[in-house]
Design a protein around this ligand. Structure first.
Ligand code: ADP
Ligand code: MG
Length: 664
């Protein structure tokens, strides 16, 4: 029997049983070994009958004193009432209908029993207790998720048979020892049949580590597999002109980022870099520098944004910088007519446009470039392991730069961005005034409105963001809010923006807001993604507790982008202390990394990353908020790779590191 064998090769597993197993995704011996217990019954934590509290789950050690025949209580209800005792008292073990369950209980023998303690007039009893002979070799019994036709005992028996064939260790023993991980054979056998709770803890730690390690190595391997990129050369004159054209001095973080990026593009290996920078850190200027560099080398670039609004904005910003440098930029989104699209595509194909900005459709098959060498994706907060893999699969050996506005804790970024080199823009342009944040309850809304009025009177603008679009009873909706604002601010122009609007309509509203034709914009979180209105100084957020902290931080970053002092007002009707605590934390810091870390710990990885977007597999054991284990995993991975860059020294390991590890 081998690990890849069908489970029908186990004694006692026929076709029928195999069908039952198929329902829970178990087909092979390996699958069965990875069908981990969902819980354990620990028969060793023994109480005495006298000390056991009612309605709690306990284990007892009892002697069976009497096992009468079952009695028929009424039609269809039989009771087998087994009597048992320990030194401190007596107990009834009641089995209804399932008389077979008690067949192994023998009078005069001692057993561990486990169940919920109950009392009634006739005394202490347990319904359908689990039990175990005190002569059993293990006293912790695994509990498996069941499906119809599978019993705990049946699964245990099958796994006992299967466990003779365990996988060989695929990690070097001395390294496992160094980090105090147990071997894989022991981990797999202990996770099913532990001697004690310490065994379970050690087994879980090893299996959690393996899950993380496989993902990280799979990502790193894709990084090493990168083909040769298009090699470019130094262009000092063009880059100097770029800096002259810019209306501001680059921050030293931007300078460093640009030199890392152009360094990548001068290398043989294709660039695959993440540019991570808090809102307002100036990623666009860095993107512009990369495009300038590619253009100076005679190559085309593409920049993809997640939304139309953002594509338009990038187009404008980039044109302002790039056009004076003689770089022709175009914008291609779904909003363009078929004729316009055709024309733009022709000019991209001919090379007349050196840089193309657009939504993701830009990279669709029908867009042909003359000599595309750089693709920049403005992912904002979207983490797309899968999306990235897709982009890489397109096979074009172009350099890739991914911009992300959500700082994520380093430990997590190692797991999610293991395939990327990372540059962090950890500095905001000088002269930025920190945004002041207030978290208030609903009864202070009037005062908030009064404050907004003062700002509007001074010629500024305000955002008002709501969690819902329209008619949601629970949450404030943007549509309703626009009405409220119109009533409150009759002398000002109120706009409305939400995700149900068409692309053109959204763009138009955003344009009006930018060009000061709208004073207050009621909106949903669609404004979250990077839209720039320097004259806006107030970001008011209703039902702020409905948003994640990182998202609130993003929204807050929509203001404070100009010369004026800006404010963020978080309104919530939720009185819970946790909510207050969270919002207070956000008010106390503007450091995106700190906020991300806090958010991650509070909400757990799934929520933090936005469930399915991240594309990581579901871990059975690993908790990526456990920074100690993620750190150890990372060090372990680095040491393996330092010894053998393509893992060829570890053939067994290499075999199990497949693309499967990074696909959900
Ligand atoms: P983000 O990283 O959030 O995408 P942007 O690239 O949109 O940030 O830049 C935010 C604002 O800061 C823009 O108005 C941009 O012109 C400005 N900016 C960028 N870099 C600098 C700098 N070095 N000095 C001053 N202002 C800058
Ligand atoms: Mg941006």
């Amino acid at each position: 029997m081998t690990l890849d064998d069908d489970i029908t090769s186990l004694p006692g597993v026929g076709k029928k049983r195999a069908e039952k197993y198929a329902k829970v995704g178990v087909f092979t011996i390996t699958d069965l070994l990875e069908y981990y217990p969902r819980d354990y019954v620990d028969f060793t934590a023994v109480f005495s009958i006298e000390n056991a509290l009612p309605d709690t789950n306990v284990s007892l050690k009892v002697l069976i004193t009497h096992k009468p025949p079952s009695v028929k209580l009424r039609q269809g209800l039989n009771l087998l009432d087994v009597k048992a005792e320990d030194e401190t008292g007596k107990i009834s073990l009641k089995f209804y209908n399932n008389l077979y369950a008690a067949k192994d209980l023998t009078v005069g023998e001692e057993y561990y029993i486990n169940g919920k303690i109950k009392y009634d007039r006739s005394g202490i009893y347990m319904n359908s207790p689990k039990f175990l002979s005190i002569n059993a070799d293990k006293t912790i019994i695994p509990v498996y998720r069941l499906t119809e036709g599978l019993t705990q005992k049946g699964i245990i028996d099958n796994i006992k048979e299967a466990i003779v064939c365990l996988p060989d260790e695929y990690l070097p023993e001395e390294k496992l020892n160094k980090y105090e991980f147990i071997g894989i054979k022991k981990a797999l056998s202990d996770i099913h049949f532990p001697e004690n709770t310490a065994d379970i803890v050690r087994a879980r730690r090893r299996l959690a580590f393996d899950e993380l390690l496989k993902v990280e190595l799979a990502l790193v391997m894709t990084k090493f597999k990168l083909q040769c990129g298009i090699k470019m050369s130094y262009k000092p004159a063009e880059m100097a002109r770029f800096e002259e054209i810019l209306p501001f001095e680059l921050t030293s973080a931007q300078v460093r980022a640009i030199s890392e990026i152009t360094g990548d593009m001068r290398c043989e290996r294709m660039m695959n870099r993440l540019l991570q920078g808090d809102v307002g850190s100036g990623k666009t200027a860095v993107a512009a520098a990369a495009i300038t560099f590619a253009a100076a080398n005679g190559f085309q670039s593409a920049l993809m944004a997640p939304t139309e609004i953002l594509a338009k904005q990038h187009f404008k910003t980039l044109s302002d910088i790039l056009t004076p440098l003689g770089i022709n930029v175009c914008c291609l989104t779904a909003a363009a007519t078929a004729r316009e699209t055709k024309l733009i595509r022709e000019k991209i194909a001919s090379g007349e446009y050196t840089a193309a900005v657009g939504t993701h459709s830009l990279i669709s098959d029908s867009t042909e470039f003359k000599n595309l060498a750089l693709v920049i994706t403005d992912e904002q907060h979207r983490f797309g392991v899968r999306q990235r893999a897709k982009l890489a699969e397109k096979g074009e050996n172009v350099h890739k730069l991914i911009m992300s506005a959500t700082p994520i804790p380093r430990t997590l970024s190692l797991i999610i961005y293991g395939d990327l080199d990372v540059t962090i823009l950890d500095e905001l342009p000088a002269g930025r005034q920190p945004i002041e944040t207030f978290a208030v309850t609903e009864n202070l809304r009037e005062r908030a409105f009064g404050f907004i009025k003062k700002e509007l009177n001074a010629g500024r603008q305000a955002f008002a963001v709501c969690p819902a679009i329209d008619s949601d009873n629970d949450m404030m909706s943007a549509v309703r809010y626009a009405e409220i604002l119109r009533k409150h601010f009759p002398e000002y122009r109120v706009g409305l923006l939400h995700g149900k609007m068409g692309g053109n309509e959204k763009d138009e509203i955003m344009e009006q807001f930018k060009s000061l034709k709208i004073d207050i914009l009621a909106s949903t979180s669609v404004v979250e993604v990077g839209v720039d209105v320097p004259n806006a100084t107030v970001m008011l957020i209703e039902d702020a507790d409905r948003f994640g902290l990182s998202q609130l931080h993003q929204l807050r970053g929509r203001v404070g982008r100009g010369a004026h002092k800006s404010f963020c007002i978080l309104i919530t009707g939720n009185p819970s202390p946790e909510v207050r605590e969270r919002l207070k934390f956000l008010s106390s810091t503007t450091d995106g990394f700190k906020i991300a870390e806090y958010d991650l710990l509070q909400r757990g990885a799934g929520d933090f990353l936005g469930s399915r977007q991240h594309g990581l597999p579901e871990f059975k054991f690993a908790d990526i908020t456990d920074s100690e284990l993620t750190n150890e995993t990372h060090k372990f991975a680095e040491e393996l790779l330092a010894q053998s860059k393509d893992l060829s020294d570890f053939p067994l390991l290499k075999k199990i590191i497949t693309k499967k590890n990074i696909e959900a």
